[in-house]
Write a protein that binds this ligand. Structure first.
Ligand SMILES: [Cu+2]
Length: 300
């Protein structure tokens, strides 16, 4: 395993707000995956009913988000300035060289984006995570379905990543439509996961945060023979010495606030995964993995 692979993995983990010990050029710069790494299993066709991301007819609006490189180390998010509030399909088009996601944050009251970008834990009541687009490979477009209530938002990637965030406003009445369910489900609780319906290929995952705290779902492919305890230890103290217990082909939803849901598109190859949350409570405290929010999941 190359040192670059380990660093890319560390970078993926650092793409989570509130992580300690993240920083430095080594960790922030992600390398583009190789062709082999991009070779996810193709989606199985026609076997799943009621997949809201494939029917395409459910959304009230589409929010197009692009992410581009600006020079060597900066990225720029772009999106329309306004979108209709309601059931919104987010399409994240990654035109950059590395993997990127699009984390939405909602700003209440008169606070500015600049003010929000300076915030660390504890998170104030006026700043809430609001879903967004999952980690997406270079050259690909991912789709996410979720509700957006009226208000002001901004779109960002890695916390503290140099570059430009995009802000937009969701306009219109409060959404009155329920987000549909999906073939697969990942329920995040305070502080554990419950999983059903995951399979190899393209998954539309009902990512349902039934807890009170913000959570995300981070899928780390486990190497053969590795125990979950070794994965937990690795993420407690990442090291570039020796072979990591997980590969760098990680998958990841963005952070969803307590009580919220989204339908996230995640490509999974068959195998064992450590399903992890690295987020902290809104008030701060340890990363949720330290509170036991790590489960082993087998995808067939
Ligand atoms: Cu969590």
């Amino acid at each position: 395993v190359s040192r670059a692979a380990v660093l890319a993995l560390a970078a993926a983990v650092c793409a989570v707000p509130g992580l300690a010990a993240c920083g430095g050029e080594d960790v922030v710069v992600q390398e583009a995956p190789t062709a082999a790494e991009r070779g996810v299993a193709p989606a199985a066709g026609g076997t799943v009913e009621r997949d809201p991301l494939r029917s395409g007819a459910d959304a009230d609006a589409t929010l197009m988000v692009t992410v581009d490189d600006v020079g060597e180390t900066r990225v720029r998010y772009r999106a329309a300035r306004t979108v209709k509030a309601g059931l919104v399909e987010i399409r994240l088009h990654n035109r950059a060289r590395a993997l990127h996601k699009a984390q939405l944050w909602r700003i209440d009251g008169d606070h500015s984006v600049k003010e929000a970008l300076r915030i660390r834990h504890p998170l104030p009541d006026w700043l809430r995570t609001a879903g967004g687009g999952s980690l997406t490979e270079p050259g690909k477009t991912s789709r996410t379905l979720q509700t957006l209530s009226p208000g002001r938002y901004y779109i960002a990637g890695t916390l503290g990543q140099p570059g430009s965030v995009a802000s937009f406003e969701a306009i219109g009445p409060q959404p009155d439509r329920e987000l549909p369910r999906a073939p697969a489900r990942v329920e995040a609780r305070d502080f554990s996961f419950r999983v059903s319906g995951l399979r190899a290929g393209r998954n539309s995952i009902d990512f349902d945060n039934t807890g009170a705290q913000p959570h995300h779902a981070f899928f780390a492919p486990m190497r053969a023979g590795v125990e979950l305890a070794a994965v937990k230890q690795f993420f407690r103290a990442p090291t570039s010495v020796g072979e990591p217990p997980v590969t760098d082909r990680t998958r990841e939803t963005v952070i969803v606030e307590g009580g919220e849901r989204q339908i996230a598109q995640i490509d999974l190859t068959p195998g064992r995964y450590a399903l992890i949350c690295f987020v902290r409570d809104r008030g701060g405290g340890p990363r949720h993995i330290e509170l036991g929010m790590i489960n082993e999941v087998t995808v067939r």
